[in-house]
Design a protein around this ligand. Sequence first.
Ligand code: SER
Length: 320
Amino acid sequence: MSKILVIGSAGQIGSELTLLLREMYGGSNVVAGIRNTKPSEKLTESGPCEVVDAVDPDGVVGVVKKYSIDTIINMAAILSATGEKNPMLAWNVNMNGLINVLEVAREFKMKQVLVPSSIAVFGPSTPIDNTPQETILKPTTIYGVTKVAGELLGDYYVRRYGMDVRGLRYPGIISHETLPGGGTTDYAVAIYYEAVRNNRYTCFVNEDTRLPMMYMPDCLKATIDLMQADFSKLKHHCDYNVGAMSFSAGELAASVKKYMPGFEISYEPDSRQEIADSWPNSVDDSAAREEWDWQPDYDLDAMTRDMLKAIKEKQEKGLI
Ligand code: SER
């Protein structure tokens, strides 16, 4: 039985991943590592919660020892838009946090470490459509720079120390449980909340901005599938492209309109437009499909139906 520490448990992916892992392995076997975000009651009631800051290795070691942790998932990161406002913070959290986690994992001979990457590893000189697994990695954001370095660092620990380190390049992740924070793809979540609240949304990227996206159930499935894959079958380790859907902001709005005909959208691009323009339209995830049978379940309209239903329920309960 694994003893898992999820660092960044109160975040968009961490919050739902922690709950799912607890269902799979038992609450007491999955420690929620939180920093300064208030965890939900679901998180505090379903298993142990500890204050863990990836940039403080002694704190990580304390929790690893206390719970005999043998697997770490490091979801703590500063995303693209916040990173551009504070590049030093992004470097510190994303790089120093990562190397601390890898060093603790090495010292304590962990069974596995999961270190997520992102479509932000790509840049304006990368082929934009069906972006290959192996391609030009010249990002123009500090977030992307830390993600490229993080992939290389994870692969280095595999090669140099024979460790089991894995990671995948998440596209924009869409969910209704915990809001994303400080990312460029956040508009694809905000549109649903604003549709339910106000029946209109002002989008911070252009109508024709197309990006790879994924609904949370597929994100969780991809994460768990990669963690459970047979290590000996993996030809890559920390840099898997994973695709699910690809749509423009206009197509996203059209999908919302199908279910909320009165919905209105306008476009006022800000500094995040340039970041979005530097990322792919879609990715080629054949390596993930071949090496660990990756396959997504949700398309745009299925996601829209689910998102609108869940957010309306939240509104009825007075939660938003
Ligand atoms: N969702 C992230 C961002 O927008 C990309 O990984 O920064």
